[in-house]
Design a protein around this ligand. Structure first.
Ligand code: SF4
Length: 339
């Protein structure tokens, strides 16, 4: 497969055939099985872009986030940031700024015994003097809309929204090229989510940084992303610019995710023919043969049970992994694969 990458812009992050497999455990014992959490994922992220990585719980997106940020070592594959292979010893330290991550649970990701300013300055520990680090932390707090005086407080003295802003300040403090946001809005209520989305947009406009925005919520991904990659059971099944995705999706799983978004008009909601997903996502320790989605796909045919569909290019920047992409009843585009 050639690189799933848009035609324009500098490539910042290049991910190729990345796998992360775990030994399955029950309690403290290994079961002898393998969990195929991430299983051959490839994509690029460009300068100034937000790539939304979307899928149900259990699809491998959070494992992938941890692989990208170096918390897990991949089983195989390549991750390059500005052309530098991140698996090489010391590579992550050599790259200025590098990658930072914002987690789902802000309370859990701030040290309860440290003052906020110290937590925010943590990624630049060892750089400059204590005074310069404190000043930098104060600048970052201000940049995310917090009073720098809050730097003297402990996490439990802040609201959830303030804690998440502080986590974003910490991610920004080392001037990273890319921030991975792993369900970073999920613990916030709807009005706070909207505020943080606005904040992330304005920060991106100022710094030209890139985001990988990981979420189970397709509607939120649409708000923030340039392109979306849909993940199912460790694989990317569709990768497409947001403006194309909503009108001409090619994969049945993506179609089901779109149809799960409620339409505000109850009349339209009642009358539309939604593709509903049946059942649960299968275990990543026992992925179905062929197309991994075949056990839930209403269009599955014999070939789907035996042959794994490759991610193929169907139009400008539009990749899909389905034997019948473009031929299914909901398809609005009839492109033949071009790669
Ligand atoms: Fe459904 Fe077959 Fe396409 Fe998989 S390859 S999504 S099972 S039609």
């Amino acid at each position: 497969m050639s690189a799933p990458s848009p035609a324009e812009g500098e490539v910042l992050l290049s991910v190729r055939e990345v796998k992360k497999h775990f030994a399955a455990r029950r309690g403290r014992r290994g079961t002898g099985e393998t969990v195929y959490a991430v299983d051959g994922v490839s994509f690029d992220v460009h300068e100034g872009e937000t790539l939304g990585l979307v899928g149900e719980s259990g699809c491998g997106k959070s494992t992938l986030a941890r692989v990208l940020t170096g918390l897990y070592r991949p089983t195989s594959g390549s991750i390059r940031l500005r052309g530098v292979e991140l698996q090489e010893r010391g590579a992550r330290k050599r790259i200025r700024g590098g990658l930072q991550m914002v987690f789902q649970d802000p309370a859990g990701s701030l040290d309860p015994r440290r003052k906020l300013a110290d937590s925010v300055a943590e990624p630049i520990l060892g750089a400059g003097t204590g005074k310069s680090r404190r000043e930098r932390a104060a600048q970052m707090l201000e940049r995310v809309g917090l009073d720098p005086a809050l730097g003297a407080r402990y996490p439990h003295q802040l609201s959830g929204g303030q804690q998440q802003r502080a986590c974003i300040a910490r991610a920004l403090v080392s001037d990273p090229s890319l921030i991975v946001l792993d369900e970073a809005l999920s613990s916030l209520d709807v009005s706070l989510q909207a505020q943080v989305v606005d904040l992330l947009r304005s920060l991106q406009a100022q710094f030209r940084g890139s985001y990988v925005f990981i979420t189970h919520d397709l509607a939120t991904a649409f708000e923030l992303s340039t392109r979306v990659a849909i993940m199912y059971l460790g694989e990317i099944v569709e990768l497409v610019p947001v403006e194309v995705f909503q009108s001409s999706t090619l994969h049945p799983y993506s179609k089901a995710l779109i149809d799960a978004i409620l339409v505000p008009d109850p009349e339209i909601q009642r009358n539309r023919k939604a593709l509903l997903l049946k059942g649960e996502i299968p275990s990543a320790a026992h992925p179905p043969s062929g197309c991994r989605f075949h056990t839930r796909c209403p269009y599955a045919q014999e070939i789907c049970m035996s042959d794994r569909p490759a991610l193929r290019l169907y139009g400008p920047d539009h990749w899909a992994a389905c034997h019948f992409a473009g031929e299914l009843p909901f398809s609005t585009r009839r492109d033949e694969p071009v790669a």
